[in-house]
Design a protein around this ligand. Structure first.
Ligand SMILES: *Cc1c(COP(=O)(O)O)cnc(C)c1O
Length: 387
């Protein structure tokens, strides 16, 4: 019986399981070592020390300086802070134009929409048919009054990796701030902000094995952001509030673990991804969404004509496989994915998309089970439709 087997979690782009190492690192700070990092006594100092060490570790792993890493509650907060800050800084010099892409996460898109209601003009670049935003398209969109370019490192639905290094270089040469939402990339790709050239970069712990409610924003040295939360002196006085010590510690441990042996882990995962993809594309009237080459190692996104994503997801869940139709944030809405539509996928196919975002621990046997379950379920749903 399928139900006796271990479940397969294939929704890591929505959130990842907490790694054992991250939990073990956080545990003392969830129990006996509960001190406020601002307190002077030994319990407080232990927390302050842990935050200090975690910031140094995360900074080193990302090629940043410790003073360039700001802790936030996650990717959404980091995106909001980065974009609203750049808009505020630009407005001081009469620059009110923002360039982003139509395939961004809603944390970016809805921040831009808010800014549009408050005097900014936003260009939403359509990605190409594989979900890629080229530096040429960004170059063509730049204006004298462009304050910010925000283009994601890797897309959360189709896994397409953008040429962010090129875009950063372009922005640098034109004197425009560049932010990248790297929530899907940090902990999954080797990133060195010292060579990447972005001014701001968002990341989120729960996308790479840390606890939920912790993330960060890299801010290049010399760029002074306006405060996000007024209060105490935490995060250099820019983001006040008692530090989430367990979260911060878990994020440092999870990032370290994720980046260990990253190359061989990604090579193995990408080959499982490709094997599953090839087999699922043998299903009639199926189509790969995204790029074959410029793609996150753990991402598969395929549309099946004549199938509703929601039914497919529910049936797979019964078979012990947790997947998604697109992004978790939009999966309860009846509209097809804005990402797929922006890539020019037609509405009918966009409504029948399946996203599998694989954990690095996925086994060959689990890959086979995914292939069989999806193949059977798509056939069954299509047969039911014909009746
Ligand atoms: C998950 C995600 C976010 C939001 O991160 P939270 O930590 O959940 O707020 C932002 N951008 C992308 C690309 C994501 O995948």
């Amino acid at each position: 019986m399928e139900t006796n087997k271990k479940k397969i979690y294939a929704d890591c782009a929505a959130t990842s399981p907490l790694s054992e190492r991250a939990l073990a690192a956080a545990m003392p700070f969830l129990t006996e070592s509960f001190g406020n990092a601002g307190s002077v006594h030994s319990l407080g100092m232990r927390s302050a020390r842990a935050v200090f060490d975690a910031r140094n570790k995360i900074a080193a792993l990302l090629g940043a300086g410790a003073e360039e890493i700001f802790f936030t509650s996650g990717g959404s907060e980091s995106d909001n802070w980065a974009i609203r800050s750049a808009a505020a800084l630009g407005a001081k010099n009469g620059k009110r134009h923002i360039v982003t892409s139509a395939a961004e996460h809603h944390a970016v898109l809805n921040t831009c929409k808010y800014l549009e209601q408050n005097g900014c003009e936003v260009t939403y670049l359509p990605p190409d048919s594989e979900g890629r935003v080229s530096s040429e398209s960004v170059a063509n969109a730049l204006r004298e009054d462009t304050a910010l370019v925000s283009v994601m490192y890797a897309n959360n639905e189709v896994g397409t990796v953008n040429p962010v290094g090129e875009i950063a270089e372009l922005c640098r040469s034109r004197g425009v701030l560049f932010h990248t939402d790297a929530v899907q990339a940090v902990g999954h790709e080797q990133i060195d902000v010292s060579t990447l050239g972005a001014d701001m970069l968002s990341f989120s712990g729960h996308k790479f094995g840390a606890m939920k409610g912790i993330g960060g924003l890299y801010v290049r040295k010399g760029l002074k952001l306006p405060p996000l939360i007024f209060g105490g002196a935490q995060e250099s006085g820019l983001r006040a509030g008692t530090e989430n010590v367990p979260g911060i510690v878990s994020m440092a441990a999870a990032l370290e673990e994720s980046l260990e042996e990253l190359e061989p882990k990604n090579t193995r995962l990408a080959s499982l991804r490709d094997r599953i993809t090839e087999d699922l594309l043998l299903i009639p009237d199926s189509r790969l969404n995204g790029s074959r080459t410029e793609r996150l190692a753990g991402n598969i996104n395929i549309s099946f004509a004549g199938v509703e994503s929601e039914s497919l997801i529910l049936m797979l869940d019964i078979k012990g496989i947790q997947a998604s139709g697109g992004s978790a944030c939009t999966s309860h809405s009846p509209d097809p994915s804005h990402v797929l539509l922006s890539m020019g996928v037609d509405r009918a196919l966009a409504s029948g998309s399946l996203r599998l975002s694989l954990h690095p621990s996925l086994t060959e046997d689990e890959a086979d089970r995914i292939i069989n379950a999806v193949t059977e379920t798509v056939a069954m749903l299509r047969a039911n439709m014909q009746r």
